[in-house]
Design a protein. Structure first.
Length: 80
């Protein structure tokens, strides 16, 4: 399973960019919107926000920069 192809991987915001206006976008912040993500204990995520997958590119159509999936992925068990 790859987060880039998952329907639950959603970009919810962008990082702030001080150079805005020059066609530069902030990196996208991607989260897992799967209903089971809320049931996972917070300690599994470590220091990250629960459901946070990673950052995207600085393009207009940001793509998440993760090659596979996080350890805590709720779909991981379903695809084995």
């Amino acid at each position: 399973m790859n987060c880039r192809e998952c329907e639950y991987c959603k970009m919810r915001s962008r990082a702030d960019v001080k150079l805005a206006g020059n066609g530069i976008y902030g990196r996208g912040k991607f989260r897992c919107e799967h209903p089971e993500t809320g049931k996972i204990p917070a300690k599994v995520f470590g220091n990250r926000m629960p459901g946070f997958i990673g950052f995207g590119t600085m393009d207009r159509r940001s793509v998440v920069q993760i090659k596979m999936h996080p350890r805590w992925c709720p779909l991981k068990k379903e695809h084995r």
